[in-house]
Design a protein around this ligand. Structure first.
Ligand SMILES: [Zn+2]
Length: 90
């Protein structure tokens, strides 16, 4: 083994999951934070779970709200136009 090129090995690196589970493993990092582990992964729990670390669900909901507001405004404009045309026809 060449000297001074290998990172320090932590045989008891502490892994902390977002669900609260903790366990140790071997790693070059002393502490590891993970979002999902075998305790809480849907494959093992059989329960659906949303992993939303980048706010993607929030962004999607915002886009849906914007689209619905746009549709409502367009429907209002169309109804007003129809009413104006009906009034002009009289
Ligand atoms: Zn977990």
């Amino acid at each position: 083994m060449k000297s001074k090129i290998h990172p320090k090995w932590h045989a008891e690196a502490k892994v902390t999951c977002a669900c609260g589970a903790q366990f140790t493993t071997g790693s070059t990092l002393p502490n590891i934070a993970v979002e999902v582990c075998s305790n809480c992964h849907p494959l093992y729990t059989g329960q659906q779970k949303f992993l939303d670390t980048a706010g993607r669900v929030d962004k999607f909901n915002q886009r849906v709200a914007q689209a619905q507001a746009k549709q409502a405004a367009a429907a209002q404009r169309a109804a007003k136009k129809a009413a104006d045309e009906a009034a002009a026809a009289l």
